[in-house]
Ligand binder design. Structure first.
Ligand SMILES: [Zn+2]
Length: 239
């Protein structure tokens, strides 16, 4: 199945309200575009708000071949919901990051995480060895308008970069503090559209699954073009 067919399947599944089919189509598309190779990445949708519930890809599943059984339902702490048939499936270690994003942003309906070549490459460059947080500034591109709320190319977006960690409790607390704690000094600033984990990958989200998917596509374009731009600049400097 090619990328276009996966995108068509995604649109049809969203229209019919079949969340698992929509997430499976995203897996096929993102795998074919090399953003979710092997068992990397995880995708979630918010299925309940009071209390919070997420449907999320189970741990260790090949994203090119997800089945309807490759998902688990979790609560706000990332724990499997006992009311759902788990049947040996486990949630990913990174489920907690999805939970923190969904909890912190009541407007968010879906969260997508990918491991792409350009996002991973850029994210490593953004952090100096002693730093735990950095930023990648992307500015002046027409494609920035694909990020919700941005209406002109004449703007700059700072994508936060955090040092990767296997301690999801600590990492999720760090990200919550850095990204989702209200900053009264900058009330006009757009809320963040996503962040990178250094040497790891991208997290982005949207009010809907379609918006989150679009944000992945836009970010991946912006990462690729920014990385190429940096390479061209270095070649020019060396000459
Ligand atoms: Zn990951």
């Amino acid at each position: 199945m090619n990328e276009l067919t996966s995108v068509q399947n995604f649109s049809e599944s969203v229209a019919s309200g079949d969340l698992r089919a929509a997430l499976r189509a995203i897996g096929r598309e993102f795998h074919s575009r090399r953003w979710s190779l092997g068992t990397s990445s995880n995708y979630s949708v918010v299925t309940g708000r009071n209390p919070l519930e997420l449907l999320i890809t189970a741990s260790g599943k090949d994203k090119s071949a997800l089945t309807d059984d490759d998902f688990v339902a979790v609560d706000s702490a990332g724990q499997l919901l006992p009311s759902h048939d788990v049947n040996g499936r486990k949630s990913s270690a990174e489920t907690l990051l999805h939970c923190v994003i969904a909890q912190s942003r009541p407007d968010v309906g879906a969260i997508l995480h990918t491991h792409s070549l350009w996002g991973t490459t850029l994210s490593r460059e953004a952090l100096k060895p002693q730093q735990t947080e950095g930023v990648i500034r992307i500015e002046g591109y027409e494609m920035l308008k694909g990020l919700e709320g941005i209406t002109t190319h004449d703007t700059a977006v700072d994508i936060p970069v955090f040092r990767n960690s296997q301690d999801m409790v600590e990492l999720s607390a760090q990200i919550k503090e850095a990204l989702f704690t209200p900053d009264d000094s900058q009330p006009e600033t757009l809320p963040p559209h996503g962040f990178l984990l250094s040497g790891h990958g991208l997290y982005t989200w949207g009010q809907t699954l379609a918006e989150a998917r679009r944000h992945i596509e836009i970010f991946e374009f912006l990462f690729e073009v920014t990385a190429h731009q940096k390479l061209f600049e270095r070649v020019a400097e060396a000459q």
